[in-house]
Design a protein around this ligand. Sequence first.
Ligand code: 5RP
Length: 224
Amino acid sequence: RLIMMDQNEKKLNVAKAAIHYIHNDCLLGMGTGSTINFLIDLLPEIKNKITAVASSSVQTENLLKKNGFEVRPLNQLGMLDLYIDGADEATGNLHLIKGGGGALTREKILAENSNKFICIADETKLVKRLGNFPLPIEVIPMARSFVSREIIKYQGKPVYRENFKTDNGNEIIDIYNLDIIDPIKLENELNQIPGVVTVGIFARRRADVLLIADEQGVEEIYPQ
Ligand code: 5RP
């Protein structure tokens, strides 16, 4: 009899698979979100391998502390060995959309500051082309309307994320209706708009390994 796995079982399975990438003396960066939360709960098992851990959000920091880890400021650590994070969308080419949880700025800083970036997700996140998930952009509050008008030039539909402030005290605009044909180009262009703090496209620094959990198990995907 076929028993269907629910999404949380897949998230747990992919978190278990990610544990094997954490080597001895690891300077580790941790992402944010429900998938990563499964991994954080498994981390105490391999605590002796982790030299120090940096966090991409207040939420993750609190959960790490609850699990017995002291979180260190990135400025004290330099380049990390490994960064592990989830995604809202991922392509087979390992380009991502992130920021559904609003932690994209610190996530992008950690991803760029790591020698290896592993993205973990269940199969619902795997897409042919980015943009079905509304693209989060963190903006300086006073620039929100200006950035939104600039985005309309790209045929996107900007929606202000109500009652939300990022850990950095900024705001998020979610961009609907984008068909992201060239993720690196769009990431670079949107980055140039004054007032944009971070664009939720992770393509300039894409993931190095994508782990996708489905009914059969966990697939390991490398850039094409
Ligand atoms: C937060 C993120 C998360 O990685 C993304 O939202 C995935 O979260 P989840 O694992 O809960 O689906 O980018 O800013």
